[in-house]
Design a protein around this ligand. Structure first.
Ligand SMILES: [Zn+2]
Length: 96
């Protein structure tokens, strides 16, 4: 049995299409994941970019979203750290 290396998967792409690879990006605070997906924390009601400097939540409380709007629709608000700035850049809605 060969064990699949998570690192190999990440390096080949497409990046972060599975929850597992997304979770790994949070663990690594992988900046390549910023803007590709977002994660929310059920216990705090906040969503963040993958490389957010905030302390990592428990896996069971984390959900993934493809855009800040997705996360907001699900009832989460933007993290107060630098995630907010990134959110502005990634939203194309001029009224946003
Ligand atoms: Zn954050």
């Amino acid at each position: 049995m060969t064990k699949t290396s998570k690192r190999a998967i990440r390096d080949k792409g497409p990046f972060f299409v599975t929850d597992e690879s997304r979770w790994q990006a949070l663990v690594d605070k992988d900046e390549r994941a910023d803007g590709l997906f977002w994660f929310s924390v059920k216990t705090t009601g906040v969503y963040c970019r993958p490389s957010c400097p905030a302390r990592l939540a428990n896996r069971e409380n984390v959900a993934f979203h493809l855009s800040p709007k997705d996360a907001e629709k699900a009832g989460f608000r933007a993290c107060k750290r630098s995630c907010r700035l990134l959110r502005k850049r990634s939203l194309r809605d001029p009224h946003g």
